[in-house]
Design a protein around this ligand. Sequence first.
Ligand code: ADP
Ligand code: MG
Length: 596
Amino acid sequence: MKPLLSSRMVLGVFIVLIAATPLVMSPFYITLLNYIGLAALVALGLVLLTGIGNLTSFGQAAFVGVGAYSTAFVTTSSSFAWLGNSPWAGFIIGLLITSAVALILGAITLKLSGHFLPLGTIAWGISLYYLFGTAEALGGHTGMTGIPPILVLGWVLDQGYEIYYLIWAFLLAAIINTKNLLDSREGRAIRALKGGRIMAEAMGVNTLYSRMAIFLFAALHASTSGWLYAHMQRFVNPTPFNIHNGIEYLFMAVIGGASSVWGAIVGSSLITILKQWLQDLLPKLFGQNGNFEVILFGLIMIIVLQRAQNGLWPLLAKLLPVQHELKTINPHAEPLAQRTLPTHGEVILEAKNVTRKFGGLIANNNMNLTVHAGEILALIGPNGAGKSTLFNQLSGVDTPSSGEVLFLGKPIGGLQSRTVAAMGMSRTFQHVKLLPTMTVLENVAIGAHQRGHKGVFSAAWRLERAEEERLLAEAARQIERVGLKELMHVEAGSLALGQQRILEIARALCSDPCLLLLDEPAAGLRHLEKQALADLLRRLKAQGMAILLVEHDMDFVMGLVDYVVVMEFGQKIAEGLPEAVQQNQAVLEAYLGGVE
Ligand code: ADP
Ligand code: MG
């Protein structure tokens, strides 16, 4: 067997390499490493923002500029003499200004979708660059000089190898913070942004908050890079902060592997070294001056996008025998607070004359139904009958054209799906929505999002471990409850469809609901899987859970549910006990005339 490295050991090796490098490298290479570290800080933010959070930004160089210019001004202007023109004051003020700028820009741009967001980042990237060049107080295009070196505990960092340690210490902290963040409650919400936003909202995540958090995180790291840069160079001018550099940072993240922390290091090393090397080599080769490296980078980018869309890190990682530790579950973690379930038989969900029109089509016409605590109600009907439409009205995803839906006595029309989830209604999806590269445990834990409260900062510094333990223990408990214990640490994408549907039920249970809404939970399942599902639903009912399920498979609901409502063409055509409904003439006709 190959010796396996833990990811902690990889980090250890990395730290030793950082510490030892200045002892063996010439100043030229130290300078190169300084540039790599500065770029990696920015690229790391982009890994989180773009690679993981799916928000493309071309504008990060502008945030580097905000950090650099803030400190340049604070450390050279007489108006900041009262702060001793200290670089550390420059750092803090830079972070504050960056936060303000990022919050404003984020509020404007993060609501944009598709190609509008990257276009928005280009727009502010260009504006900020011209602001640096135009503002007289910032020295216009010539920039600002006389920036002092950073002082750490009386040690003046004015040599390349001295600031090297500071740059790489910041980078190391950033790597550890990012890894911590991703492995937390907020991190799971962030990882759900790519392809799982609807699911995450339904599980109680405020996805706009998550997007804002990573936007701010990336901006602050870029700003820190700018601060270090300004005190390394001891002067600033607008050139390094233009949109071209913004694009280059994105290159680094994508080429390195935008979904991994280490990808940022690989990408920034590769591009920085290649740039240095090609800038010297290519003009000699072609016998004339020019930015040949830019042309070559374009070509490299196209090849990487063609051949290795996930960047180079996943390819390198395959060569390293790194073992991913399984998460440990503490069975003694203090259980999360639970809501008291309504008493058996109490009305919990009520649809009153719900009508939903799509233009001329009446998808739901005057629908009434009532779900009682602790019972299973099935909404059945042939395809196209309007079941999913009604389901959306009931779960607050859509608002009826007329009529209303009351959950626990409160109207839910127009509420956000995360608000409805917080009230105690949780759902699964007709087309399974899970995050295939995350484990079963992590997927299920997303359901418990609203039962934790610790934020991004606590997560980055690991101050939320007690709460995290409780959340994971709860997820594990729900996984056991539905019978997936053996698969807890397996990637969700590798499960069979039947198991994925059960996983969704565990995730819904994790939010501590009193009502489960299941849209065609048996669709696509094999006979045995259907039986297992029915057994599970019976057990949940016995434990006091109310369940509303939408089905078009009549056999599945018979013998399982307490009450049936049958729909056809948007109308209720029958309702009652399963046996009675099965004999109903209108129902038989609807089903015989339907797809069955
Ligand atoms: P079921 O879930 O019972 O198969 P649906 O509720 O999905 O049926 O659809 C009922 C009818 O409403 C169908 O004719 C469908 O085409 C129509 N419909 C559903 N959603 C929309 C929509 N967003 N816009 C227009 N028509 C819709
Ligand atoms: Mg449907």
